[in-house]
Write a protein that binds this ligand. Sequence first.
Ligand code: PMP
Length: 354
Amino acid sequence: MKKYNFSPGPAKLNSSVIETIDQNILEYDNTGISILEISHRSDSFDEILTKTKENLSNLLTIPKNYKILFLQGGATFHNTFIANNINEKMQTTNLITGTWGEKTYEDFSKIRNTHKMKLKNSQIKEFLKDYPTKKIKNTDYVHITSNETIEGVQLREFHKIDNNLIIDSSSDIGSYKFDWQNVAYIYAGAQKNLGIPGVTISIIREDFIEQNENSTYLNLSKLIDKDSLLNTPPTFSIYVLKLVTDWMLNAGGIEYFEKQSKDHSDAVYSMLSKYSDHVSLPVDEYARSKMNVVFNFKNEKIEKLFLKESLENNIIGIKGHRSVGGIRISLYNSIDKSAVEYLLKFMSSFFEKL
Ligand code: PMP
């Protein structure tokens, strides 16, 4: 039975990607072995690595003065990794707009002194208003989370923050074009818009990379020198990242997915606004995520019924995060128009019955 998977991640993959994986698990590219078995030192993997970086560069228009690194440990490892690779003389600020930013702050502050700055979703618009003069004072690097997956809060116009930015873009990378001007370091787990768990993509401006005495897997400059091959990389996850980025480029690149996420999220938010007698949207319009649409039913019993009936209709992954409750519909790149239409049809018939 086909399921409509709106999960927050690991997320749906396009079916053409799964079909290619299926074939290559049996045998990869006439090598006589499975993709699961290829050595990270083989020519085949060298080609995959080179092509994956090329795809990311094309997709995200990465400027020449940035390095791409593939690591394990998820976005969570980056809290420790990045905090350990910023010179201790540098000042950092964690600008927090939700749960993941809060977690990053907690880890950063175990490793280094860092300033905390918290913004409610309703304050984001005002905060970014004074562009281009919005500079957070006395700080060398500002950490932000471009999309707070749990609360459905997106800080898309981060180019308006006139500081060197370190960005956790785990849940919105590859869904819109952004300005690289202030980006010192951007990272994302692949498992939402770009593939499966196991690989985290880091894109790092060269001036951020300093030599230090950190141990092997915490040593950014050594990992960069070895081009993601200092130890065994997550070969299969990188290979899936290559397939997903191939698929995205063929589909029309970032412009295509930017438009798609706008169209899809607009359609869902506008249906919810229509039924505002029954549901509330906790995020101010300006900061509403185009990736994770979060809402609450005013009546708990109706919310339970909505979840029950969604499952009966083969819609999965829409229960809100346990820390905030409610409903969360994730509209990552692999969610196509027909899936959104199916969801909207279900929602509208549910609301009309109330
Ligand atoms: N940051 C964000 C924005 C996330 O959505 C997540 C995972 N949902 C994380 C960090 C943690 O990522 P990981 O599980 O890859 O460590």
